[in-house]
Design a protein around this ligand. Structure first.
Ligand code: FEO
Length: 197
């Protein structure tokens, strides 16, 4: 959240230069249980790492002349950043300045589109495990706001694993270069029609 967004959230109040930094820097009374904070902070960083991974997948697809799949993974990367933002905003709303971890180098050594699709599925399954861990911490701590937040993510992961499974199945069925190109055009047309969610 930058100074403008903070200002908007606080009704457009104007502060002296550096004022919003002072406000954010003064977040020393977190109203969130420590185990939930740890899990939510960890998962926010995991979502950012997932965005990095999907960006690498998009680059691989672009290099392999699969523009539909490249666009799909670029959009997926943007979604993962939105997921991270939801978690980071929740922490900020509760008086916590999040801690950012280093983002690990993503996998790039794919031998085929099937390996890319399988990596996407593995990534989403890992995301689901991470989301569940946050939720379990929120349940144990009776942290109701975090539970409500995580309900959205739990539903979202059903959709995320669904498309990843479908992608693996579709790619597995596309056994030659011609059918891969056809699949890529199909992904492209789904995105254009707004049906790729
Ligand atoms: Fe943030 Fe694809 O789950």
């Amino acid at each position: 959240m930058n100074g403008t967004e903070v200002s908007a959230r606080f009704g457009g109040m104007a502060l002296a230069p550096g004022g919003w930094d002072i406000l954010l820097g003064g977040m020393n009374k977190p109203s969130i249980p420590a185990p939930v904070l740890t899990e939510l902070n960890r998962q926010a960083n995991h979502e950012l790492a997932a965005a990095h991974g999907y960006t690498a997948m998009a680059a691989w697809c672009e290099a392999e002349t699969l523009p539909g799949c490249a666009a799909f993974f670029r959009r997926q990367a943007a979604e993962e950043r939105e997921h991270a933002d939801k978690m980071l905003s929740h922490l900020l709303d509760r008086g916590v300045l999040p801690e950012f971890a280093g983002v690990p180098a993503p996998r790039q050594d794919f031998g085929s589109l099937l390996e890319v699709a399988q990596e996407a599925l593995a990534k989403e399954q890992a995301n689901t495990r991470g989301i569940n861990a946050v939720y379990e911490a929120a349940l144990a701590a009776k942290d109701y706001p975090a539970q409500v937040l995580m309900h959205w993510f739990i539903s979202e992961q059903v959709e995320e694993e669904k498309w990843a499974n479908e992608l693996v199945t579709l790619v597995r069925g596309a056994s030659c270069a011609g059918s891969l190109a056809s699949l890529d055009r199909h992904v492209s047309s789904l995105l254009e029609a707004g049906k790729g969610d």
